[in-house]
Design a protein around this ligand. Structure first.
Ligand code: ME8
Length: 523
C-alpha cells in the first residue's frame, strides 16, 4: 500500500545459546529491507527483533559456560545486537524475554487465558520425551530409532503441568485460515499447516517444573511458563502490550507480518493465533516462512563447524553485496545454498559488471564530455521514452513484489532495467555522438542519469550504503530520496556532479576459479 499507513514487522527472537550466523542474518536483513522499503514509501513502521532467553537449553548452556543464566544471556544477547550494527539494520526495537516489560506482557497473557471463562488452561499430568536441543516435547510415535525426528537425544519426563486446551481450537483455526487466505505464505506452507490442523490438535503443555529459568506462572510459582508460550508473546511486548490504551498498541497491533524461517511455522501459524484468540486479541495479518540456507551443500551445524558468522562475509565481500546476495540468490520462500562461488558471481556479475559499470561509464562520460555538469535533454526519441518508461514503471512492480514479499522478483525487475540501460548505452553510443551530435549526446546522458537515479532510489532498501553513494554522485539532495521524489523531482540539469568513483568493486581473489575454503566460526 503506497504512501501512508502503519506497518509492523518482526523477526523471530533468536535463542541465546548460539552465536549469530548466516541464517539469523538472513531473516533480519529481509525484514530490514522491507522496513526501509515501507519507510521510503511513506509508511510509519515498527520493527522489532530480539533474543529468546529462557528455557532449559539456555539454562544448560549457561551452566556449561560456568555463568549465571542472566549474565550468560546478557553476554550472548549483545552479540545479536552487534550483528544488527554490523548489518546496518534500520531503527528497531530490540526486545529481550528477560526484559521487565516482557515479563509483564507474558504474565498478562497467561492471566487472560486462565481468566477468559472458557477453561483454556487446566492442570494435568504430562509424560513426554523431552529434547533439550529442540526445546520441544515428542511422543513415542514421533521417535525415530529412539531419537527425536531431528536426530536430537531425548529423555522421558513426567510432571504435573498446565495445559492449553488447543484441541478446542481446531475448528476456529480452520475457519480463520479460510477467512484469511493470506495469513500464511508461501502457499505451500499454508497447505502444510492446514493439513496439520485438519489432522487434529492435542492440548499443549505450557508449564514446566523440572527447571527454573523462566517466567513464573501467576499464582503458582513452582511452575514456569513453557518457553514458546512466552516467547511468542514477545511480539505483543514490542507493540507495548499490556498497555492496550497506548498509542503504539493502537497504531501497530495487529502486527502486519511475522517473518520466520520455515522451521517455526507451526508455532506461528497454529499455536500463536490460538493464543491470541484465547486472549481476545486480534491475530497478526501474515506469517511468512522463508527457506533454509545450507552452506556449500551442507546443513549448517555445530558438529560440522560450518556456521558462517555474518562478520566473516561482511569483511570479505562488504555489507551491501552480502545483503544483495542473500535477497537475490534464493527465491524468497525456497531453500538454497550459500557458496563462495555464487557470492563472487553476484558481486562481479550483477554488481560490478552490470549496475556498477553502468553508473561508472555514464558518470565518467558526463564528467568528460559535459565538464561534470548534468546536461539538459532535448526532444526525446522512442528509445529514450522506452527506457524512462521502464524505469518509471518500477515502483508499482516493486510494491507488488514486496507485498508478498518476493525480493528476488523485485531485484529481477530492477536488473532488467539495468540491462535495458546498458543496452541503450551501447546502441546510442554517446562517445560517437560526442563528435557527431553533442545535443543528442546530452539527451542520451540525461536519460541515463535519470534512469540511474530511479535505480539508486529503489535499491536503497537492499543496499543503503551503495545507493547513498550513487545518489551522492548524482548530487541528489538527501531529502529528495524517498519514493515520492521519483516522480516529483526529475534529476536537475545544470547540477555540478562530483568526480565519479566506482561503487561496486570487483572481488579480486581469483575466487571465481577456486573459491576460498570455508572456515568455521572458531577460526
Ligand atoms: O527458533 N537458514 O530461535 P533460533 C535460514 N527462539 N534461516 C535460518 C537458518 C538457516 N539455516 N538458521 C536459523 C528460535 N535461521 C526461537 C524463535 S520466535 C517467538 C522464537 C533463522 O535462534 C530463521 O529465521 O533457533 C529461523 O526461524 C530462526 O533463525 C530460528 O532462530
Amino acid at each position: 500500500m503506497p504512501g501512508g499507513g502503519n506497518f509492523f514487522v518482526t523477526t523471530p527472537i533468536y535463542y541465546v545459546n548460539d552465536a549469530p550466523h548466516l541464517g539469523h542474518a538472513y531473516t533480519t536483513v529481509a525484514c530490514d529491507a522491507l522496513v526501509r522499503f515501507r519507510r521510503l514509501d511513506g509508511q510509519k513502521v515498527l520493527f522489532t527483533t530480539g533474543t529468546d532467553e529462557h528455557g532449559q537449553k539456555v539454562e544448560k548452556s549457561a551452566q556449561a559456560a560456568g555463568m549465571a543464566p542472566q549474565a550468560f544471556c546478557d553476554k550472548v544477547s549483545r552479540t545479536f545486537r552487534a550483528m544488527n550494527g554490523l548489518l546496518g539494520i534500520d531503527t528497531h526495537d530490540f526486545v529481550r524475554t528477560t526484559d521487565e516489560r516482557h515479563i509483564r506482557c507474558a504474565t498478562e497473557m497467561w492471566n487472560r487465558f486462565s481468566g477468559n471463562g472458557h477453561g483454556d488452561i487446566y492442570l494435568g499430568k504430562y509424560g513426554y520425551y523431552d529434547s533439550i536441543r529442540d526445546e520441544a516435547p515428542y511422543d513415542e510415535s514421533e521417535l525415530v530409532n529412539g531419537k527425536a525426528p531431528t536426530g536430537a537425544d531425548v529423555e522421558w519426563v513426567e510432571e504435573e503441568n498446565y495445559f492449553f486446551r488447543l484441541s478446542a481450537w481446531q475448528d476456529r483455526l480452520l475457519e480463520f485460515y479460510d477467512a484469511n487466505p493470506d495469513f500464511i505464505g508461501p502457499a505451500a506452507r499454508r497447505n502444510e499447516v492446514v493439513s496439520f490442523v485438519k489432522g487434529g490438535l492435542r492440548d499443549l503443555s505450557i508449564s514446566r517444573t523440572s527447571f527454573s529459568w523462566g517466567i513464573p506462572v501467576p499464582n503458582d510459582a513452582k511452575h514456569i511458563m513453557y518457553v514458546w508460550i512466552e516467547a511468542l508473546s514477545v511480539y505483543l511486548t514490542g507493540a507495548g502490550y499490556p498497555d492496550v490504551t497506548s498509542e503504539k498498541f493502537h497504531e501497530f497491533w495487529p502486527c502486519d507480518l511475522h517473518m520466520v524461517g520455515k522451521d517455526i511455522i507451526r508455532f506461528h501459524c497454529v499455536y500463536w493465533p490460538a493464543f491470541l484468540m484465547a486472549a481476545g486479541l486480534p491475530v497478526t495479518h501474515r506469517v511468512f516462512g522463508h527457506g533454509w540456507w545450507t552452506v556449500e551443500g551442507q546443513k549448517m551445524s555445530k558438529s560440522l563447524g560450518n556456521f558462517i558468522a555474518p562478520k566473516e562475509l561482511v569483511d570479505k565481500y562488504g555489507l551491501d553485496p552480502l545483503r544483495y546476495f542473500m535477497l537475490r540468490e534464493l527465491p524468497f520462500g525456497s531453500d538454497g545454498d550459500f557458496s563462495h562461488r555464487a557470492m563472487v558471481n553476484r558481486v562481479n556479475g550483477d554488481l560490478a559488471n552490470d549496475l556498477g559499470n553502468l553508473a561508472q561509464r555514464v558518470l565518467s562520460m558526463i564528467q568528460r564530455y559535459c565538464g561534470g555538469t548534468l546536461p539538459a535533454a532535448g526532444a526525446l526519441s522512442a528509445a529514450d521514452e522506452a527506457l524512462l518508461e521502464a524505469a518509471r514503471g518500477l515502483l508499482a512492480r516493486l510494491r507488488e513484489e514486496i507485498a508478498v514479499p518476493a525480493y528476488h522478483h523485485a531485484l529481477d525487475h530492477l536488473w532488467a532495467v539495468v540491462s535495458d540501460a546498458n543496452r541503450y548505452v551501447d546502441e546510442q553510443a554517446p562517445w560517437t555522438l560526442n563528435k557527431s551530435d553533442p545535443p543528442r549526446r546530452d539527451t542520451v546522458l540525461y536519460v541515463l542519469a535519470e534512469t540511474i537515479r530511479h535505480l539508486a532510489i529503489l535499491i536503497q532498501p537492499v543496499m543503503p550504503g551503495s545507493a547513498a553513494n550513487l545518489l551522492d554522485q548524482l548530487a541528489i539532495p538527501a531529502d529528495r530520496r524517498d519514493f515520492a521524489d521519483l516522480a516529483a523531482h526529475l534529476i536537475a540539469s545544470g547540477t555540478a556532479l562530483p568526480k565519479p568513483e566506482g561503487v561496486f568493486p570487483r572481488y579480486l581473489d581469483g575466487a571465481d576459479q577456486s573459491p576460498p575454503p570455508l572456515r568455521g566460526r572458531g577460526d
